[in-house]
Design a binder for this molecule. Sequence first.
Ligand SMILES: Cc1cc2nc3c(=O)[nH]c(=O)nc-3n(C[C@H](O)[C@H](O)[C@H](O)COP(=O)(O)O)c2cc1C
Length: 340
Amino acid sequence: MPNGPFQPSWARPLEIRGVRIPNRLVLAPMSGVSTPAARSIARDAGAGLAVTEALSARALLAGRGPAPVALANLPVEERLAVQLFGSEPEVLADACQQLAERGVSWIDLNAGCPVKKFIRQGAGAALLRDPSRLARLVAAMRARFDGVLSVKLRAGWDASTRNAPDLARRIVDEGADLVAIHGRTRAQKYRGASDRALIREVVRAVPGIPVLANGDVVTPADVASLARQTGAAGVMIGRGAIGNPWIFGSALAGDPEAETALPDPALRLRTLERHVELVNRTAADPEARTRELRRYAAAYSRGLPGGRHFRVRAMAVREPEDLVALTRDFLSGAGSREAA
Ligand SMILES: Cc1cc2nc3c(=O)[nH]c(=O)nc-3n(C[C@H](O)[C@H](O)[C@H](O)COP(=O)(O)O)c2cc1C
C-alpha cells in the first residue's frame, strides 16, 4: 500500500464525550492575551482548540469581572474551552452548570497559576499542595457537567514536591477527561525550563487519558520534539503563539521551511487588520481595545527590522485609530526595508 501524506500525531482529530476537535494543537489560556480576537485568529491559523484566560467562578456567577465579556462572545465561538479558577466546590459546580446552559462544551480548571491573587484564595497553583481539595473540586464539577472537563496543572509546588503524576491520577479518578501540564513548578514561575521528563511521567500515570504537553514551544520543531519526547496526545502553545498564530499551521503541515522563516510582513499586516476588525467587535471598552491592540501591534512586529523603534512609538499612542495607522505604516514599509 502506498504511504499516505505524512500526518504528525498532533494533527489527528480528538473526540471526547462527543466533542470533536480537528487536531491536538491548543492555544494556551493567557490572561489578557488569549482574548476572543486572538482565539479566533489562532483557530483560523490552525489551532484545534483555544482556551480562555482564567475566569473566576465566583465572579462569573456574580456577573462581575471579565467573565461576562467572554461569555458575551461565546455563541459565535466554537472549539473553545473556558478556564475557571476557584477553590470552593459548590461555586465551581454552579459555574459549570451555568456555562453548560450557555452551550459551553469544554471547561478547564486552573490548577497552576502562580500569581498571589490566586494562591491567597486557595486557587490556581495552591491546589497543587492541596490534593484532596483539588479532587473535591473536580468531583463537584464532574457531577454537574457532562461536557469535556480538563485540568491544567504545573509540575508541582516546588522542587521538593513535584507531584503532578499523582495529582493527574487523582483527578482522573474523579472524572477529569484530559490533563494539560506545564512542566515548571509554581516556585519556578517562568524561570528554568519546562521539564519534559516530568510531563512524560504524567502521560504514563494516566494511560488512556489524553495529556496536553505545555511549555517553551516557540517553533514547529519544538512541537514535534515535545510530542515525541513526552508521548503526549497533544501540545498546548502559549507565549510562542503571541503574534505568531502561524505556528499552528506550520506545525500541522510539518513544514521544515517554517522553522526559520519569519512570517512575511504582508501576512502580518493582513492578520493585524483582521485582529482590529475582531477587537472592534469584542473588546470590553476603548481602554481594553487600546491595550489589546498595543500588545498585538508589538507582537506582530517581532523580528522585523526597525521593530524595536516601532514598539516604543506604539506604546505611546493612545487612540486605537492612530495605533492602527502607525502599525499599518510600519508593516507595509517592512517588506521593502527587509528587501533593502
Ligand atoms: C501573559 C500570560 C498569561 C497567562 N495566563 C494564564 C491563565 O490565565 N491560565 C493558565 O492556566 N495559564 C496562564 N498562563 C500560563 C500559560 O498558559 C502557559 O502554561 C505558560 O506560558 C507556559 O507555556 P509557554 O511556554 O508555551 O508560554 C499565562 C502565561 C502568560 C505568559
